[in-house]
Design a protein around this ligand. Sequence first.
Ligand SMILES: NC(=O)c1ccc[n+]([C@@H]2O[C@H](COP(=O)([O-])OP(=O)(O)OC[C@H]3O[C@@H](n4cnc5c(N)ncnc54)[C@H](OP(=O)(O)O)[C@@H]3O)[C@@H](O)[C@H]2O)c1
Length: 322
Amino acid sequence: MKAIRVAETGGPEVLELSEVPDPTPGEGEALVRVERAGVNFIDVYHRTGLYRKDLPFTPGVEGAGVVEAVGAGVSRVSPGDRVAWPMTPGSYAELAAVPAWKLVRLPAGVRTEVGAALMVQGMTAHYLARSTYPLGPDDVALVHAAAGGTGLLLVQLAKRQGATVIGTCSTEEKAELARAAGADHVIRYTETPFQPEVMRLTQGRGATVVYDSVGKTTFRDSLESLRPRGMLVLFGQSSGKVDPFDPGVLASRGSLYLTRPSLANYTRDAEEVEWRGSELMERVEAGELGVRIHDVLPLDRAADAHRLLEGRKTSGKLLLRT
Ligand SMILES: NC(=O)c1ccc[n+]([C@@H]2O[C@H](COP(=O)([O-])OP(=O)(O)OC[C@H]3O[C@@H](n4cnc5c(N)ncnc54)[C@H](OP(=O)(O)O)[C@@H]3O)[C@@H](O)[C@H]2O)c1
């Protein structure tokens, strides 16, 4: 089969289309013909070596397609089923062997590319809004990169739970998308410092929660944007790793909470994957959750896909056609 391989870590150019042996499904696994592979920021961290992986490897942690065969002990899915999956290495490929417990069946009303788009960014938005900091009508949530893949979904889920949402993003086009997703206020943080603006919009009180996936450039001001006992949910580092900091700052800023969650800990078993996946699918089928597909590129343009994502040129989901 054809797959993207990374032989050494580096820039987007290390993503090379190669011919590799077809995978065989082991016990508890299903062999899936990948139709769409999702591109996520975590793929960039794997490619650059920020998150370590044994070399060589096939990047990509999510996708959607059709089950071709199942390994021993698999009864959850059968050949012919349309499925999608989160957090499984090796998805930038024509075929993937996926643990069956991670597979979410795609309902007839959900297109394959929408299914793929919901696996990492959708499930992340779901756990952030429902589990890490369950939002309610009394909350003011600051969502950074609100027009990104995760951001647009998180804004919609946060609004559904009744929170007031302040989004940040870089351009006016992105601001319009964040507003269309339901953000009550949008700050273009590349033009205007966001912390004083959050304070102004909240009459000096601050946000109850900040969802920060940008990291290095936003972390300090995110802490300063919280009201006492508020929570900073640092869930990514699109701008780079956060500098070390003194936990005493959490006390002096008002007994704040800081958490650094990861999707793997919020999709621990089949029940949790099923719960998050099926809720997202239901919302899409009911027309309550919009999934914006930024673009679909052929597999051999994986390097271009990474350039777009890292270059802040995407809003919504970027996919590869395998
Ligand atoms: N912990 C978890 O479980 C988990 C799961 C999924 C994703 N994540 C994290 O969430 C973040 C977003 O992931 P995503 O796939 O949805 O990507 P994305 O938000 O669609 O893309 C990243 C966005 O970050 C913003 N950004 C700000 N400074 C940047 C910089 N210096 N370089 C690049 N981008 C910058 C850009 O939006 P503006 O142009 O509007 O600033 C850019 O579009 C990533 O950090 C990812 O690792 C974490």
